[in-house]
Design a protein around this ligand. Structure first.
Ligand code: SF4
Ligand code: SF4
Length: 324
């Protein structure tokens, strides 16, 4: 079983466009794809794939929320002083905890001399599975209101995907944007990162950050440049970076204002506008990924990073923000 993760440092650069294309085209030719939408904050792969009904759904209970046992509370207010999330409020003179603001850190429990605060597990969200009309299953997640996204949720999604794989399968994970814990959970244990960027300073800067995370894990990656025709001079900057790092560019997608229309139609772009130049480019990218999949072990031997490059993010102390 191989797992290819479509990732980008920045949101809105075309990750889901690439993921939906890969899932549809590769399932047609290989017949073994499982798609995972790992962006529980803003899941949209089910919309692109026209999913109208979930076949199975299960709750995910991973977050803790504090609550006050009213008759033990003396009203000293110590809990409110330590809660940096401002979750402790007074209502009609009584201290209560707002479950939407509480992060379950436990600081209030630590300072409450009356032992009046406890924590309970709360449903964080739901994980869902649907059979798409293209013949492959999609696993997606949805957070409950006010609940934080987490790597644990992504890990649960990937575990579900693995559990339904009945034979050698290709899992295509559409990661969240950025380099947070959901992205790290998406990349953990995966075989290949398919990085998507756009030719802008922000796109390039965020590409370098997510690439640094893939290098930390010694994971091979390939690159897709979206909207390449909007800023050709910046494309050259990205190409130079890819050349220096030995990253294969598997395709450059032109700007196309029909992409949002295909989303509104709840269809993958290649299904909505199959005759366009953009569709040809997208199918060509999928073909290159298919070649990599079919020749995986040889490709890996050639492209796997040779040595680790630990990623140490810069931690800025609070004092450094004072002048801002
Ligand atoms: S610290 Fe404990 S006793 Fe004091 S207000 Fe909070 S819950 Fe009540
Ligand atoms: S658990 Fe943490 S976030 Fe929740 S109320 Fe207590 S101090 Fe605030």
């Amino acid at each position: 079983m191989l797992e290819f993760v479509v990732a980008s440092g920045k949101g809105g650069v075309g990750k889901s466009l690439v993921s939906s294309t890969l899932a549809v085209v590769l399932h047609r030719s290989l017949g073994n794809v499982i798609a995972v939408d790992a962006d529980a904050d803003a899941p949209n792969l089910h919309l692109l794939l026209g999913v109208e009904r979930w076949s199975e759904e299960k709750p995910l209970v991973i977050s803790k929320v504090a609550y006050i046992i009213e008759d033990r509370c003396t009203g000293c207010g110590e809990c409110a002083k330590v809660c940096t999330y401002e979750a402790v409020k007074t209502v009609n003179g009584r201290y209560v905890i707002d479950p939407f603001l509480c992060e379950g850190c436990g600081a209030c429990i630590f300072v409450c001399k009356s032992m009046a605060i406890k924590r309970r597990m709360e449903e964080t969200g739901r994980i869902r599975m649907a059979w798409t009309k293209y013949g492959f299953p999609l696993i997606s997640a949805k957070l409950n209101v006010g609940k934080p996204n987490s790597g644990k949720l992504v890990t649960e999604e990937k575990e579900w995907a693995k559990s339904i794989a009945s034979r050698p399968s290709l899992i295509i994970t559409d990661s969240a944007a950025g380099i947070g814990c959901q992205v790290i959970a998406s990349l953990a244990g995966a075989s290949l990162a398919i990085l998507v960027t756009e030719p802008t300073p922000a796109g390039f800067s965020d590409l370098k950050r997510v690439y640094a995370v893939t290098r930390h894990f010694m994971m091979p990656s390939v690159l897709v440049i979206n909207k390449f025709d909007l800023n050709p001079s910046y494309v050259r900057v990205i190409e130079e970076f890819a050349r220096r790092e030995g990253i294969e560019i598997v395709g450059q997608i032109p700007f196309d204002d029909k992409i949002p229309l295909s989303m509104a139609m709840m269809k993958p772009y290649i299904e909505a506008y199959p005759e366009t130049e953009t569709a040809k480019v997208l199918i060509n990218i999928a073909e290159k990924i298919r070649e990599i999949y079919l020749d995986w072990w040889n490709w890996l031997k050639e492209h796997r990073p040779r040595e680790p490059r630990p990623y140490r993010p810069k931690i800025l102390p609070p004092e450094s923000f004072k002048s801002v």
